[in-house]
Ligand binder design. Structure first.
Ligand SMILES: NC(=O)c1ccc[n+]([C@@H]2O[C@H](COP(=O)([O-])OP(=O)(O)OC[C@H]3O[C@@H](n4cnc5c(N)ncnc54)[C@H](O)[C@@H]3O)[C@@H](O)[C@H]2O)c1
Length: 476
């Protein structure tokens, strides 16, 4: 990290930037300030263009880590920050803890000195550009939990220096950047657009998606001032093919929420229709497949066991909360949430009915959950509907086992804690259980499972072409 030793901008403690100094010098240094501003902006843009800018990324998770790699690929040096010292040590050893990122990609950039990582936040004065990728969960009362952004902003504030660009990437409600982050950073006495740059740019990472890589996914950016917009555009256009500038951080913040609300509402719609078509004796999957042949005006969404992940079940509530400030109730968001939360109960009722039809009670039944991750071929079980289904089944006295090739053991979650390890799919196991429930459609051999298991509850249509075993398959 050669550049760290020779920072172009002196540390703030060495600069005359206290509010009192600025007041005294305001008239006298007007032109000097104007030129400095121009120079500073140009200097930073030039540093970015020449790939000499040091990039700081806070939060080495599903969003932060792919960004690290993308900047390193483009020959930038990156300093990663995380409060989790286990992650810091793992990365320093050149190892990955995310299935979607092979260790070789981390070790390659650690060895070439492109990537370093730390839990020492006093080093936040070093990077020229700082991207914030920390969690934005909900509190118990389903309200935005901004403690991670707050702590991060405080750490940046302690080390903020002239000429730095700060970008918030975490998903949040419209107004967070300008109402929360900006005043805190300006309490340093430094002025946005003049002394430092601030922007919001939402992450669109889709873990496990092999069709789109980070650099192919267009990036929405919004600076707090025109200067901020110029600098942030310069930064992301180095690593992303298409930049989409919008007029304000609030627009960018709401853009991300709209994307997730759109998914939440449409998933709720097909989930509701699935419950109706079940009563009507119509296969919803066949209906969606047919509707999808319409070349315009229809985008398919698919039903499932309920909604999961750390974005779609959570992010819409960030907007609902903010809407209250405007005496507004976001009815679509609540209705979608209500329906999606209900789906695991529907799935459990279908399991119960299927067992009942075979003369079995749910109490004491051995039920194998296939897939606990919130979506196909990822190793992330946060907010997964599998957890809710397992909890409901356990409450009814079922004996739960699970198999997930990506999650060898279940950690503790926000609401649930199961002490379970993934069971290997042996023939003995599949013959011994009372039912297998396909919750996540991981790429595994379903033919074999359906052949061996006595009963299969399918929430993902993986058994679509298995007509020969129709009698032991129940769609749910
Ligand atoms: N994962 C996705 O697919 C995805 C997609 C788009 C947007 N987002 C949004 O991006 C943000 C980050 O999500 P994620 O999935 O990467 O979360 P994550 O939990 O995978 O990673 C967050 C990381 O931040 C670290 N952290 C927590 N507090 C910190 C602090 N004060 N300082 C430094 N590090 C801290 C955690 O240890 C963790 O390593 C969230 O707002 C999320 O909604 C996520």
């Amino acid at each position: 990290m050669e550049g760290e030793k020779t920072p172009i901008h002196p540390h703030p403690t060495l600069l005359p930037c206290l509010p009192a100094d600025r007041h005294q010098g305001r008239g006298r240094n007007k032109w000097k300030d104007f030129h400095m501003k121009g120079n500073m902006e140009e200097q930073l843009i030039q540093k970015i263009h020449q790939r000499k800018a040091l990039i700081g990324i806070i939060g080495m998770g599903y969003v932060g880590l792919p960004l690290v790699l993308r900047f390193c690929e483009e020959d930038f040096r990156v300093l990663g920050f995380d409060v989790d010292s286990k992650k810091v040590v793992t990365l320093k050893r050149g190892r990955s803890y995310l299935k979607s990122i092979p260790s070789s990609r981390i070790s390659q950039f650690i060895r070439s000195d492109h990537f370093d990582v730390t839990n020492d936040f006093s080093r936040l004065g070093k990077p020229d550009c700082i991207l914030i990728c920390v969690p934005t969960p909900l509190t118990e009362k389903m309200e935005p939990d901004l403690q991670y952004i707050e702590k991060t902003t405080e750490a940046i504030l302690q080390n903020l220096r002239k000429g730095q660009l700060i970008v918030l990437e975490s998903t949040t409600y419209p107004g967070t950047t300008e109402e929360m982050v900006l005043p805190r950073l300006e309490s340093s006495g430094l002025k946005v657009g003049k002394d430092f740059y601030l922007a919001f740019s939402p992450e669109r990472e889709d873990p496990g998606n092999k069709r789109f890589t980070t650099h192919q996914i267009p990036k929405v950016v919004a600076g707090v001032t025109p200067s901020c917009q110029k600098v942030v555009t310069a930064l992301y256009s180095r690593i992303i093919q298409k930049i989409v500038p919008v007029s304000s951080p609030r627009v960018a913040e709401l853009t991300k929420l709209l994307e997730n609300i759109y998914r939440s509402v449409n998933i709720a719609l097909v989930n509701e229709l699935k419950m109706l078509t079940d009563r009507m004796g119509i296969d919803i999957w066949e209906v969606i497949e047919a509707a999808s042949t319409k070349p315009f005006g229809f985008s398919p969404f698919y039903p499932g066991p309920g909604m999961g992940g750390h974005c779609i079940p959570i992010d819409p509530y960030y907007l609902s909360w903010k809407a209250r400030e405007y005496d507004f109730t976001t009815r679509f968001i609540f209705l979608a949430g209500e329906i999606n939360v209900h789906v695991p109960y529907y799935v459990v009722a279908k399991i119960q009915d299927a067992l009942n039809a075979r003369g079995k009670s749910i109490k004491g039944a051995k039920i194998l959950i296939l897939g606990v991750a919130y979506k196909k071929d990822v190793d992330d079980a946060r907010e997964s509907p599998a957890l809710s289904i397992m909890n409901l089944l356990q409450k009814k006295g079922a004996v739960i086992l699970y198999h997930d090739p990506y999650i060898p053991s279940l950690p503790s979650f926000r609401k649930y804690s199961f002490r379970l390890n993934s069971s290997p799919l042996t023939e003995q196991l599949l013959r011994r259980i009372d039912a297998a429930v396909v919750v996540t459609d991981h790429s595994i051999d379903y033919q074999r499972i359906v052949k061996l298991a006595p009963l299969v509850i399918d929430t993902r249509n993986v058994t679509k072409n298995m007509k020969q075993w129709k009698k032991k398959i129940v769609k749910a």
